[in-house]
Structure formats: C-alpha cells, structure tokens
Ligand binder design. Structure first.
Ligand code: NAD
Ligand code: TYD
Length: 354
C-alpha cells in the first residue's frame, strides 16, 4: 500500500480517487482536516476497504512512526501543506509549521522506516514530494519558462516554505540516500478546489452575482494544468521517476488572469445565462503584496523521460470544471462555512473595488 498525506484536500483527494479507480493497491490517507481538508471529497470511497483515513498531523512524529510500522507502505506521496499564497501573507506561521517542520518530521519518520526495511523493499521504496513552480519566483514577459535547473527564488511566505521543504527533501536524498523524488507543478484547477483560489472563487462569486475581484491590472500570467493531468504525472513519476530527480509539470497553457476570468464568464454564460453577462461582474481590486508576475513551465524532462503529457487543454479542462461546480452546488454550499466567510472579509474587505 501507499501512504498519502493531505488526501482530503483538492489535489490529494483527486489523486486518491484516481489511484483507487486505476489500481488495486490500498491507500492510507493521513490528513489533519484543516479548513482545506474535506471528507466530502472522499465520499465516493465509503465502504471501500482499500482506503484507510486517519485524521492527524504530519508534524506528529509518534503518529507517523505508528502508521508506517502498522501499514508498511512501499511509498509516501506527500501533498499535505498550507497551500494558499494570500493566507500565507496574512498568517505565515502555519506555513512554516506544516510545510517546513511537518515535511521535516515526515522525512525523519520515512528515513527511519526506510532504513529498517529489508533490502528488496528498501530499493523499491519511494518518497514523492509534491511541490510547486512558485519556488522559482517570478518571470519577466520574455524569459524562458522554469526548468528543473532554474535557481530557486521564492517570493511569498508560501513559496518560501515550499522551497524549504524541497531543499530538505533534496538533502535527505543526498545525505541519507532516501529515494526521494520532487515534482514542481504549475497552477491546478478542477473538482474539489477550495473556493479561495482564482478559478473556484470566481465561479462561486459569479453564481451569486457577486463582484469578481481581479488583483491589480489582471495581467499576471499563470500556467494552468487540469488536476487529473497532475495526478497522472505524479503516478508516472512514482512508477518510473529516478530517485534524487526533480520533474517540472505544466500544461503549456499560459494565460493572463483577465483572460482566465473572461473565459470562465463565457463558459458560465453558455451553461447558465445571466442577464447582462458575467463579464460585467469583473472588478479590479488592490493588488496582492509581492505579486509574482508570471509563471511558466518547461515540462520537457517529464515528457521526454517518462512519457507523460496532459490530456486536457485549458479549454476542455475549464469546461469540465465549470460543469462540476454547477452540478455540485451542495459541495460549494457546505464549504462556505463561517470560516470561509471570515476569510472573504479578511482578504477582500480591505481591497474594495478600485
Ligand atoms: P489544499 O490546501 O487543497 O489541501 C491540503 C490538504 O493538506 C488539506 O486536506 C489539509 O487538511 C491537509 N493538511 C494541511 N496541513 C496538514 C498537516 N499539518 N498535517 C496533515 N494534513 C494537513 O492543497 P492542494 O491545492 O490540494 O495542494 C496539495 C499540494 O500540492 C501542496 O503541497 C501544494 O503545495 C502542491 N501544489 C498545489 C498546486 C495548486 O495549484 N493547488 C500546484 C502545485 C503544487
Ligand atoms: P491563486 O489561485 O491564489 O494561485 P497562485 O497565487 O498560487 O498563483 O491565484 C492565481 C492568480 O489569480 C494570481 O495571479 C492571483 C490572482 N487572483 C486574483 O486576481 N483575484 C483573486 O481573488 C484571487 C484569489 C487570485
């Protein structure tokens, strides 16, 4: 079996569901269930004995040791993290605690477990660390995209804490020989994404007829990858990636934020027409402090050496995503708890339309 951390969150839950749909191998899913973790994401697995859910913290070393000793996984796939840049600006401490210290504890537990394995199991063991392209910092308009050799230059507390975790993973391979692999992926979108990130936030607001808050001039660029394609890349890296290597994962889909939001508005308009259209709701607001201008990924390495390629284009992925949010209004209503409303007030209260 494999141990997945953060498997109740956005990407982790997609990964667990896809994994169990494609393979018979069981999953132990360790998740703290922070505001971003949601057991409703895993409802489809009710009664499935191949899925063992454990609520707990990756910084809890005793719990980690117990889980590893009991379940004896052949791999750890590490998603658990604080993941939202704006929250890291408001409260960076949780990012250092989970992303840096939590990853350190997980690495320590994995190292001790791995060192005690018999030789054949030891060789096959993998620690797959899921990271982000944001560790590379910000690109200018004409710069080449990030490759695996681009120097790290994180700019937000989030990306700095992820960079810290990436460095620890690297060091555990280099120093102890832990068979670790790191993947650095661009912006994901798809089902189960918490409506604090750009795409689900804009869908949720649009459906309520609320303003669509575009930071600054809206011309920042992100590369977008459908979550199912990211999960497929992780499966490939786990199966065939070389220990000690890092792989950049991207969708070859660079888009300006304004164009993403307009595309969303147009998709919504075709599926659920609104008088006056959704584009009329777009409202420029104060920019994010330290806002990275552009991210772009050169995914040549994973494409060429592991044969991975995305199946969805931005247009097909976006259409699927919008449809999912329209069909799952109850999921959206459930996650819009008191905590969510408090976040909207914290992040957008002071930005008001410009
Ligand atoms: P998410 O915020 O939706 O989910 C994170 C999950 O981790 C939640 O279920 C949460 O409860 C859990 N968690 C948080 N702290 C924990 C702790 N201390 N112990 C155990 N569980 C804990 O995040 P996501 O968007 O699914 O991202 C997953 C991973 O992928 C993260 O490591 C993130 O850095 C990385 N990543 C995300 C994106 C993206 O666009 N979302 C892109 C590239 C990489
Ligand atoms: P986000 O989804 O938070 O991802 P990241 O910051 O990790 O790339 O934001 C994506 C882009 O959208 C980013 O440039 C910030 C911008 N954005 C807005 O313009 N308005 C918003 O309300 C949010 C949440 C993001």
């Amino acid at each position: 079996m494999i141990l997945v951390t953060g498997g109740a969150g956005f990407i982790g839950s997609n990964f667990v569901l896809d994994w169990l749909a494609e393979s018979a191998e069981a999953v132990v899913n360790l998740d703290k269930l922070t505001y971003a973790g949601n057991l409703a994401n895993l409802a489809g697995l009710a009664g499935d004995e191949r899925h063992v859910f454990v609520r707990g913290d990756i910084a809890d070393r005793e719990l980690l040791d117990r889980l590893l000793a009991t379940h004896r996984p052949r791999a750890v796939v590490h998603f658990a993290a604080e993941s939202h840049v704006d929250r890291s600006i408001v409260g960076p401490a949780a990012f250092v605690r989970t992303n840096v210290v939590g990853t350190f504890e997980l690495l320590e537990a994995a190292r001790s477990y791995w060192q005690g394995l018999e030789l054949d199991r030891k060789d096959g063991f993998r620690f797959l660390h899921v990271s982000t392209d944001e560790v590379y910092g910000s690109l200018g308009e004409a710069d080449p995209p990030f490759s695996e050799t681009t120097p790290y230059a994180p700019n937000s507390p989030y990306s700095a804490s992820k960079a810290g975790s990436d460095h620890l993973v690297r060091a555990y391979h280099h120093t102890y020989g832990l068979p670790a692999i790191t993947t650095n992926c661009s912006n994901n979108y798809g089902r189960h994404q918490f409506p604090e990130k750009l795409i689900p936030l804009m869908i949720a607001n649009a459906l309520e007829g609320k303003a669509l808050p575009l930071y600054g001039d809206g011309r920042q660029v992100r590369d977008w990858l459908y979550v199912g394609d990211h999960c497929a890349a992780i499966r490939v890296a786990l199966a065939r990636g070389a220990p000690g290597e890092t792989y950049n994962i991207g969708g070859d889909a660079e888009r300006r934020n304004i164009d993403v939001v307009h595309a969303l508005c147009d998709t919504l308009q075709s599926l659920r027409p609104r008088e006056g259209g959704y584009r009329a709701l777009v409202t420029p607001v104060a920019d994010r402090p330290g806002h990275d201008r552009r991210y772009a990924i050169d995914a040549t390495k994973i494409r060429a050496s592991l044969g991975w390629a995305p199946r969805e284009t931005f247009e097909t992925g976006l259409a699927k995503t919008v449809r999912w949010y329209l069909d799952n209004a109850q999921w959206v209503a459930q996650v819009k708890s008191g905590e969510y409303r408090k976040w909207l007030e914290t992040n957008y209260g002071a930005r008001s339309g410009q």
